[in-house]
Design a protein. Sequence first.
Length: 592
Amino acid sequence: MEHTFHLPVLGLAFSIDSPLKVAQFGISSVLSIVDDELIERMRDYYSKKNSLPYIPITPKAKDSRSKRITAYLDLVQDIVNQQIDTLRHSDLDKSVDLKKYFSLLPESSNVKKTYKAYLQETDMDKRANLKATLMMNINPGEINVNIMSKVDKINTDPAGSKLDHIHSDASAALRGFAHSKLQGGLVLSAGMNPRLYSYLSEFPQFMPNKRGQFLKRVILKVSDYRSALIQAKFLAKKGIWVSEFRVESGLNCGGHAFATDGFLLGPILEEFKKNKGFLQQELYTMYAASIQAKGYTVDTCPMLTITAQGGIGTAAEQTFLLNHYGLKSTGWGSPFLLVPEATTVDDQTLRALASAQKQDFYVSGASPLGVPFNNFKKSSAELNRLQRIQKGRPGAPCTKKYLISNAEYSAEPICTASRIYQYTKLKELELFDAESTDYQKKLEAITEKTCLCEGLATSAYLKYDILQNKEDDAVAICPGPNTAYFNDIYSLQDMVDHIYGRKDLLVDSNRPSLFINELHLYIEHLEQYLQDNRLQMDDKKEKFVTKFKEELLRGITYYESIAFQLYPVDHDVQRAEFLTELKDGLIQITAL
């Protein structure tokens, strides 16, 4: 791929059709395949928009979830193929989209250099040769899909009997991707699911050819090296190769915040860089033996790449990460929420994001999964949640049930954001804890849970006017804290030019380094942990805190050691500020 950045998955709806917007310009993106109802409606919408036949797949159809996903992914692939075919047969001197394709490319791209040479060439024969070369090098961005491994509800048949594990939510989504035309990557996130990983090994679509290449590759989104190694070994023994480790900052990212035990992004990437060769060889030994038992062989070790995402905000940071850590690509997520040409955000939410201040973005307990969740105070879902509490009816109707997990009050798990759970939990709280000093804190913890299954899909329904009668129009959105520094609505050209240093969208922004921002988030995370456990601090928790602080201090020492690489000789002022901020962080940690 020519581009050195990609769009990570953004909620359920926000990148659901990003490939249809950016793949034709060579930009890779990831769409979520968690919500098959959203996916089915998007297939309906885009089929009509492109004058293509649409045959509905109802929830009652056999294996409907898998088939819905396959049908939508096939449609996406067909439309992107048509877009690329149109570009390849367009007039280079007249086509706006062709000019856009080449102008978006990074200056380091050989194709971009050829395009510049074409624009300057006056000899007609040479110009024709350059044009032919350019047209042969028009390629789509990769279309990847995301499954949150542990969002894996076991489903039942119409009679209420539990179905086999291959019909669980994650397994059905996997099958939908495997059977589709897409030749992209499957991004597995949110931790290890042995059942799903084992099922993955049953699909020949993930097997290699002799040259170690894949029609469908596996990408692991991870927040530290140890987790990556454990998961990749498990998969290698099953005959599945991890083609890419997508390292995401535990806290400086959008969506769910899977905090590490104090490990910071820089040291984590350094560990991947240092151990990449060892990692590749160790995995290959296990992998080769496993696929041989399945009747496959490869002549060479398959490629293994490292990418990173979470909180990146400037061209200088982009360049440093690529060059210093040898990354193939970086992920730019939340800033693209402000780019309508790339993502799907309804107009009201888009305007709210563009005018938001730093304090409007916060880590919350809103997720029913019990994992910290990056939230937005101005979202209509957050306002709706508060209104329900004021009316004495906290919680939401639970229709999709993707995040059901709690079995305190019923044989079957229910969602902690549901009205029935919160009503029951609040009655219990009043009975036993009404007089306790932390009553209000417990009450807020119960009612803070938000329906994400509906809220994270609604933006697309509003944007494309496909919201159905009696459906809630409240939008939940999960931007990372880095969004606070971007305060406008941008074109795709604007944002890509910013990433590659051709334009600066943060001229008036007093933004610290992504490493400093992440450090502050981890210090705040530790402060909150100490606050929450101040009355129940035991030896185990004390050891956790001590280890956490040690890792943060280790991270600060590491950043001090690379300060001159991060800020070379001609950036003395920025380097001095960076080192001062590290010192301030050290003082804060020591004082905890």
